[in-house]
Design a protein around this ligand. Structure first.
Ligand code: HEM
Length: 525
């Protein structure tokens, strides 16, 4: 009977009518799919902007995420519900620090998974920053001992060698009368540090003119306009992403060539270390790879399912290694770029930092770990740069189960976005927030502020794993550079004297200057 109806219908409709019918059906299904998560916040009484069908808030966000969020915070208060800020998710956005504390610290178990604004199918998908729940705990147990204070003290000499190499490179540019391409030279430094302390690769290998390790780690996260456009479409229809990947389109924010390069060198390094493992039994780990090898088990090992075991499969070791490279190279070099930019904008602050550096580490004295604690004003300057030029402007979490916090019900599966960039400029916590003022971080001023108002490295159990290493690198390099040279702006530099720096958001994840900073450099008298 049904077959008869269909046969009759197929005869009654022309080809064009059939095509139209399927087009309307496709649009209808797309509409249902793209809006099936709307209404969550209305149901739970969380205020927020109304989404557009299919486009969610894309049109509002055209003025910039910060501008749109500021407007919505003004209208709806410190917490609002939105849609599609993360791919195909209802997203709770909050700058209410007591709710932030519940999410990042007090009820961490309900928010232990991170959600990324963009998906990657590269090796990093098997590493710590993508790991969820119990798998993340296992990864963190293996990796945390690599970044303790005692470990930093042990590896500081490697950082110093790399800092010396960078200072030499800067002086070479200076002698040729060239401007300093700050991000380029700084990423050589941070790549060299990771190569040495991570994988035991000698620094002269990395400091070679355009070494592969340095070039690939600088270009590991590579975004193009085409990729950004595709990523935006995938927000509404994540299926598009899968289809494009199936047909081998390059849509990943991680550069495939760089990923292949690192996976290849890591595979052979892991094999080599495993073979020599028995020779090193009982000896202390020399680098991060040694820590990984200690935790290495076969892919099918049942201990991989035990949260408390310190184990990783080979795939996870590779994923963690590439995650540390991607997380450790550009982050430090872009931050160093902002710090040097702030120092040239405020020469009187550069003078104060230099005075402290010479007081703590006088000429002829070798820098040691204990000196770093004494660089109090330099640390204040670094913090103020991280506040004004945060690399990551939001933290993201995924809710494991439906729960109510401070009267706000957050349903299971919803994303949470904490706009740390805006919190670090919120007049509620910061007087005259746009002003560069390192004294905000004096002990007295810090004591009067909620610690959650300053989160450049995140907060709680899932905070940045490499924070200690990053801060050590930044302080060491400032000591080495500022003892030798002075940075300035001129008519030749980028930005020129009197011009403002323009920033852009890459892969909806991190912020960096649109044009790489180029500075003048002079010998310090
Ligand atoms: C100035 C430099 C850096 C900044 C501003 C920075 C910032 C951040 C932020 C905001 C997070 C997310 C935290 C959260 O979700 O609560 C993060 C995570 C992470 N960072 Fe950093 N980071 C820096 C340098 C480094 C370095 C040098 C390394 C290692 C070599 C590193 C490794 C990681 C890892 C592995 C994670 C993921 C941790 C996890 O999921 O458990 N970072 N970082």
């Amino acid at each position: 009977m049904q077959l008869d109806v269909l046969t009759e219908l197929s005869g009654a409709l022309s080809l064009t009518q059939w095509l139209l019918f399927f087009l309307v059906l496709l649009l209808l299904l797309s509409y249902i799919y793209a809006t099936n998560y709307h209404g969550v916040w209305e149901k739970h009484g969380v205020p927020g902007p109304k989404p557009w069908p299919i486009l969610d808030h894309t049109l509002d966000l055209k003025k910039g995420v910060d501008a749109a969020f500021r407007e919505w915070f003004q209208k709806y208060g410190d917490t609002f519900g939105a849609y599609g800020l993360l791919p195909h998710r209802a997203t709770l956005v909050t700058k209410d620090l007591s709710l932030v504390k519940q999410i990042l610290v007090k009820d961490f178990n309900n928010f232990s998974s991170r959600i990324r604004p963009q998906k990657s199918m590269s090796s990093i998908k098997d590493g710590i920053s993508s790991a969820a729940g119990n798998t993340w705990r296992r990864h963190r147990q293996v990796t945390s001992p690599m970044f303790t204070g005692a470990r930093m003290k042990l590896i500081m000499n490697h950082v110093c060698v790399s800092a010396e190499n960078l200072t030499h490179l800067v002086k070479q540019h200076m002698e040729k009368g060239e401007l300093i391409p700050v991000r380029f030279v700084c990423s050589k430094f941070s790549a060299e540090v990771i190569a040495r302390v991570g994988f035991g690769i000698a620094s002269h290998e990395v400091s070679k003119e355009e070494s592969e390790f340095a070039v690939f780690s600088r270009n590991f996260a590579k975004s193009t306009r085409r990729k950004e456009l595709i990523a935006t479409s995938c927000y509404f229809f994540p299926l598009i992403d899968n289809i494009l990947r199936f047909f081998k389109f390059d849509v990943d924010f991680v550069d495939e060539t760089a990923d292949n390069y690192f996976v290849t060198i890591l595979k052979s390094a892991i094999e080599e270390r495993k073979e020599k493992k028995s020779e090193r039994d009982g000896q202390k780990a020399r680098d991060m790879l040694d820590f990984f090898i200690e935790a290495a088990v076969e892919n099918e090992d049942p201990r991989l399912r035990d949260t408390n075991s310190k184990t990783l499969s080979t795939k996870e070791i590779i994923g963690n290694s590439t995650s540390l490279i991607i997380a450790g190279v550009e982050t430090v070099s872009i931050t160093l770029q902002s710090i040097l930019y702030c120092l040239v904008l405020y020469p009187e602050i550069q003078d104060k930092v230099v005075a402290e550096v010479f007081r703590v580490v006088p000429p002829g004295v070798n820098l040691v770990y204990e000196h770093l604690q004494e660089l109090k004003y330099t640390t204040q300057v670094i913090n103020e740069c991280l506040r004004l030029f945060p690399l990551f402007t939001s933290l993201y979490r995924l809710t494991n189960e439906t729960k109510k916090y401070n009267g706000v019900k957050i349903p299971k599966g919803c994303a949470v976005q904490i706009p740390t960039g805006l919190i670090m400029k919120d007049p509620k916590h910061w007087v005259d927030p746009e002003k560069f003022d390192p004294d905000r971080f004096s002990p007295e001023n810090k004591a009067n502020r909620d610690p959650l108002a300053f989160m450049p490295f995140g907060y709680g159990p899932r905070t940045c794993l490499g924070m200690r290493l990053a801060l050590m690198e930044l302080k060491v390099i400032l000591v080495y550079l500022l003892r030798e040279v002075r940075f300035t702006l001129s008519e030749r530099t980028e930005p020129k004297r009197g011009e403002d720096i323009k920033l852009e958001m890459i892969s909806r994840t991190f912020v960096r200057p649109v044009k790489p900073v180029l500075l003048e450099v002079h010998t310090r008298e």
